[in-house]
Design a protein around this ligand. Structure first.
Ligand code: AMP
Length: 113
């Protein structure tokens, strides 16, 4: 299914890309919820975390490893950050292409709203 993120993968619409390899793309969220708000997506269009299968295990691990690397590159690893995967309606998911939010740059409240 076509989503705004699959169109970003195909470079049909612009994004501020911070990392790209054969399987993963990372770019700035268009409406940041923290001073640093990056989205990491698999290029493969998996709609939700719930739709990921055992064949995606390496890809999911790669997304987390890359998120940690981006946090280090941006200099926020030591002070801390949060990774979020909103899943389906109650999880607050609005774009049905699996993505990891990397949020940093301010203290993040808990529990989330
Ligand atoms: P979620 O609510 O977890 O599905 O997150 C979707 C995120 O995508 C939101 O934080 C949006 O601000 C972000 N978003 C939507 N459209 C774009 C876009 N064209 N470029 C970058 N981020 C976007």
């Amino acid at each position: 299914m076509e989503t705004i993120f699959s169109r970003i993968v195909k470079k049909e619409i612009p994004a501020k890309i911070v990392y790209e390899d054969e399987e993963i793309l990372a770019f700035h969220d268009i409406t940041p919820k923290a001073p640093i708000h990056i989205l990491l997506i698999p290029k493969k269009p998996i709609p939700t975390l719930d739709a990921a299968g055992p064949e995606d295990t390496l890809l999911l691990g790669g997304l987390l490893q890359q998120a940690a690397q981006i946090a280090r590159d941006l200099g926020v690893a030591e002070e801390g950050y949060r990774l979020v995967i909103n899943t389906n309606e109650n999880g607050g998911q609005t774009v049905y292409h699996l993505h990891v939010h990397l949020l940093a740059g301010r203290p993040l409240g808990w529990p989330p709203g």
